[in-house]
Write a protein that binds this ligand. Structure first.
Ligand code: ZN
Length: 79
């Protein structure tokens, strides 16, 4: 009974886990430029981040710890 419940939960959760969380950041994590909903996005650890260009997206994906906090928030947005 317990195992059955756990299994169905895992199946229900699977499609959501595959899709990256939508980007909400207002600053490019790499160059700190202002970004908006029309900006390009780069996925890092199952979450999307708005970036000004593909270049910054690549930089972000290569070294996410440099630009993101452990909880996924953008360092550039911290005051
Ligand atoms: Zn940038």
């Amino acid at each position: 009974m317990f195992h059955t419940a756990l299994l169905s939960l895992a199946i229900l959760a699977a499609p959501a886990a595959e899709k990256a969380k939508p980007a909400t950041n207002t600053k490019d994590p790499v160059c700190k430029m202002t970004v908006d909903a029309k900006s390009a996005t780069a996925a890092v650890r199952g979450r999307e981040y708005r970036v000004c260009s593909k270049h910054c997206g690549t930089v972000l994906q290569k070294d996410p710890d440099k630009y993101l906090e452990k909880d996924g928030s953008v360092k550039a947005e911290k005051k």
